[in-house]
Design a binder for this molecule. Structure first.
Ligand code: F0G
Length: 440
């Protein structure tokens, strides 16, 4: 059951709709929808913090999920059946080598790649697929650069719901595709990029043939916003000065904005962090739009290009919500090059953490922001790593073999490459290699 104290509201014309209305955008003006509370709920911040902390030691599946543990802020009745894989509860790591690389005193990495299917999408998918069940949907679907696909496939399998994923043919990492296949999704590879996939699946969802669970679906954002709650809790409710995350379709930036906004409005935190979105320079329509001083018209990029395939997106659906998050927090939108992404990724690896290329835009971006004086060395900074290292091992191997080539055919230098060494199986040869001085 949905919770009747919530509704869907258009962020543009403020039109209101019931939660059971199967909409993705406003039926009056086409604006994006938020799921909102009808009225203030009279929250007691310290009682809630206590309750959420106590749930950590409970064995109830609802309490063990890092998303549903915060269900006072989710639009479902307390006893609604949920579809969960125990998502959330991801680590917040100190990353001293990455901090040095950025010339920061300290840097923390919130690793959303430690979710059940290896990306942040799970925190949103648990809620979207729960809502799909609530609505009695018979078929769920999404367009994807790979991670949403893997996540939906897993949650649909848990819910025993048929699902289809539409992906750009030949442009998705093998690991992500392998997940979707193994979880039993119908995998449809389309000629064209992510934006083409997104357009066609939106058309298909309009006549109700499928229930769409891309991040245009506001229930996805409801799940993803809880990461802001978990992060604030991990920092003892003192938010960082800066939160930096990658931007593709811009659902995640929207979700962090909404999460922190709700925490602030409820008195759970005292201020919001400045949210900065980082895009790959070859797929940066939001950065270009933001750089334009009057933010007049959003121009899609017809031919986005980046090796960070997760964020190879030229027509991001959620940009108005992401713009709201960035402007209300005094953050920004920047770009980083393919070389910067690749090096930052290897540096994150040296912290023993690792991530997929799209996630490394964060550390690359922070290095730039510190160099440009936007972030001061003593400020507190959290980067959100969105996907696991094992999501794209082809990229990793090419970088370390110094053979990575950018979309414009320029060679990406393996500045932090760690090449495998072929050697004979002899003790002397191994001893020599193990005692060799790498700095020579
Ligand atoms: N990082 C990773 C690893 C992603 O998979 C994505 C998006 C993003 C960042 C960007 O997040 O779209 O909310 O701005 N992946 C989508 C997908 C598009 O289909 O898996 P966003």
């Amino acid at each position: 059951m949905n919770n009747s104290s919530y509704l869907q509201r258009c962020i543009a014309c403020r039109a209101e709709f019931d939660l059971s209305a199967r909409l993705y955008v406003c039926s009056h003006c086409g604006g994006l929808l938020d799921v909102d509370r009808r009225e203030e709920s009279g929250i007691d911040p310290s009682a809630l913090r206590e309750l959420w902390r106590a749930r950590k030691s409970s064995l109830d599946a609802r309490d063990r999920s890092g998303v549903w543990r915060f269900r006072e802020f989710l639009p479902f009745a307390d006893d609604a059946p949920i579809v969960s894989l125990g998502e959330g509860n991801t680590p917040l790591y100190d990353a001293p080598r990455s901090a040095d690389y950025c010339r920061l005193a300290q840097l923390k990495l919130k690793h959303q790649g430690c979710n059940p299917t290896g990306s942040f999408k799970d925190t949103g998918m648990t809620v979207a697929v729960t809502q799909a069940q609530q609505l009695g949907a018979r078929f769920v679907a999404c367009a994807s650069t790979g991670n949403t696909a893997a996540s939906l496939a897993a949650y649909a399998a848990r819910a025993d719901l048929p699902c289809a994923i539409i992906v750009p043919g030949g442009q998705v990492s093998h690991a992500k595709l392998a997940q979707a296949l193994d979880y039993g999704a119908k995998v449809l590879e389309i000629e064209g990029n992510f934006d083409v996939c997104m357009n066609v699946i939106r058309e298909l969802s309009e006549d109700g043939a499928v229930y769409l669970v891309n991040s245009i679906n506001p229930f996805r954002i409801e799940g993803q916003k809880t990461v802001a709650f978990e992060l604030a809790e991990q920092l003892e409710w003192r938010v960082p000065d800066h939160l930096v995350l990658p931007g593709g379709n811009l659902g995640n930036s929207s979700a962090f904005g909404k999460g922190f906004r709700e925490l602030l409005q409820s008195g759970l935190i005292e201020r919001m962090p400045r949210i900065t979105v980082v895009q790959a320079a070859g797929a940066a329509p939001f950065a270009h739009f933001y750089a334009d001083a009057d933010h007049s018209s959003f121009v899609n990029d017809e031919h986005p290009k980046t090796l960070a395939s997760a964020i190879k997106i030229g027509a991001p659906v959620s940009w108005p919500k992401a713009l709201r998050a960035v402007t209300e927090t005094g953050g920004g939108v920047i770009t980083v090059t393919e070389q910067e992404i690749a090096d930052a990724k290897a540096v994150i690896g040296r912290d023993g953490i690792g991530c997929e290329p799209a996630s490394a835009t964060t550390v690359a971006g922070i290095q730039k922001l510190v160099a440009d004086g936007v972030i001061q060395a003593h400020e507190s900074v959290v980067a959100v790593l969105t996907g696991h290292l094992l999501k794209d091992t082809d990229y990793v191997m090419q970088y370390h073999n110094n053979s990575l080539v950018a979309p414009d055919n320029t060679h990406i230098a393996g500045n932090f490459a760690n090449r495998p060494i072929r050697t004979s199986a002899s003790r002397d040869a191994l001893r020599k290699l193990l005692t060799a001085d790498d700095t020579e």
